[in-house]
Design a protein around this ligand. Structure first.
Ligand code: ATP
Length: 400
């Protein structure tokens, strides 16, 4: 999925699959981060990593809780793999501490972190070993008795549903099957924490979607804490209990997928997740009913949105509105607040919904409309003059 920038009223554009972004977070009701009495299983304390003069990870403080499926999400080079590698012990922080199950592991080598296991993007399978031998490799290295190894390997094979392929070698498997062998090998060691670096990166789109649900099932069945690195926002939204959105080595927001989508804390996060319209303006009035009036940057435009703390008259703000919250119509609405008019300059028909890109006085905005029935023709088309309207509670005010 591609997301382009959406500043000053131009809407980001994404592909059809973005509708899945609204998928509810798994493990509904599970929120240990809200319980002040809960101790995290992983704690990054003011962790910084420099490579020479370059700051790859900048003063990160982050708690991850037992049984979470936690996603580190961000563009290439934002420091997410470095953060994961420090947790695994492959990199040492320049500053700060990492605690696992309450114990300082900052200076420990990977093999000394027996409660953590990592699955690499490359899978790193041994080509000359069968599936069974690959999965049992780590256990043999540990010197586990053969009967126990067999039991663990059988369990892992059942979990990833590879029963038919136990005697094959990696070159006789598809990409998806190889990924499952790598996962089974990591799981067979029964780690408390599993680190996955772009685990589905080598799979095609369809297989990837299927594998995401498989990962969620395995995570729930084993009760293992998963920390996944991904640059794919849709993947993070699908699998994670919480997501850390990173940029330039820093955590921009750490929240549930729903909060990140509905209540982004900055333009960066709003634009990184899904499709969004961003309107620029200044605070005109803070109202008694907990709303704020915004005078838009384009003359004559006025918007209303829920208040957020610390706003004062005249302050520059941005209003973020998701396209599905905008009502698009050929009729002029009665209200002039949260209303923009413009010309349709693009329509994307996606079956169940259509995207309308509308050129307005404040830039290009996107609205979505459900196509109620195949037999109903789209009433709005290219070059139509339309009105776009949204309720006061649909927008989110961003201060940065
Ligand atoms: P990607 O999705 O492309 O893997 P990422 O967010 O995982 O990106 P990192 O691999 O953590 O990014 O790298 C963060 C930054 O640190 C990058 O600019 C990278 O070039 C730099 N970096 C990583 N490892 C080293 C190293 N060993 N020496 C020097 N610079 C490094």
């Amino acid at each position: 999925m591609t997301v382009s920038s959406a500043i000053n009223g131009t809407a980001a554009t994404t592909g059809p699959s973005e509708r899945r972004l609204r998928t509810a977070a798994p493990q509904s009701g599970f929120a240990p981060w809200k319980d002040p009495a809960k101790q995290p299983i992983i704690r990054f304390e003011n962790v910084t990593k420099r490579f020479g003069d370059f700051v790859a990870v900048n003063n990160v403080t982050l708690d991850i809780y037992e049984r979470e499926f936690f996603a580190l999400l961000g563009p290439s080079g934002c420091g997410k793999t470095t953060l994961l590698r420090m947790l695994a012990g492959f990199e040492t922080p320049t500053e700060g501490r990492i605690l696992v199950e309450g114990k300082d592991v900052t200076g420990l080598a990977p093999y000394e972190r027996s409660n953590i296991n990592m699955m690499f993007q490359s899978y790193a399978l041994f080509p000359h070993m069968t599936v069974e031998r690959n999965i049992g490799f780590g256990l043999r290295q540990e010197g586990m008795p053969a009967d126990q190894i067999k039991q663990r390997v059988d369990e892992a094979i059942a979990l990833v549903e590879l029963g038919k392929f136990t005697h094959r070698k990696p070159h006789q498997l598809s990409g998806g099957q190889q990924q499952r062998v790598a996962l089974a090998r990591a799981i067979a060691k029964k780690p408390r924490i599993m680190l996955l670096d772009e685990p589905l990166g080598a799979l095609d789109k369809k297989l990837r979607n299927q594998a995401q649900f498989e990962l969620m099932r395995i995570q729930e069945q084993t009760g293992t804490t998963f920390v996944i690195v991904t640059h794919d926002q849709e993947e993070a939204m699908t699998v994670a209990s919480r997501i850390a959105v990173m940029n330039l080595g820093e955590l921009m927001q750490v929240s549930t997928p729903g909060e990140i989508y509905e209540a982004p804390n900055s333009r960066y996060v709003a634009q990184f997740i899904g499709e969004v319209n961003i309107l620029e303006g200044r605070v005109a009035a803070v109202n008694a009913d907990k709303t704020v009036d915004i005078e838009g940057a384009a003359p004559g435009t006025r918007f209303r949105a829920p208040n957020c703390d610390g706003l004062s008259a005249g302050q520059q703000v941005w209003l973020s509105i998701r396209p599905e919250k905008i009502k698009i119509s050929l009729e002029q609405p009665a209200s002039s607040i949260n209303t923009l008019t413009g010309r349709v300059d693009d329509v994307g028909y996606l079956g169940s919904i259509s995207h309308y890109h509308v050129h307005t006085q404040t830039g290009r905005l996107t609205a979505l409309r459900a196509n109620a029935s195949h037999s109903v023709e789209r009433p709005i088309s290219w070059d139509d003059t339309v009105w776009m309207e949204w309720p006061a509670d649909a927008g989110v005010i961003l201060k940065a």
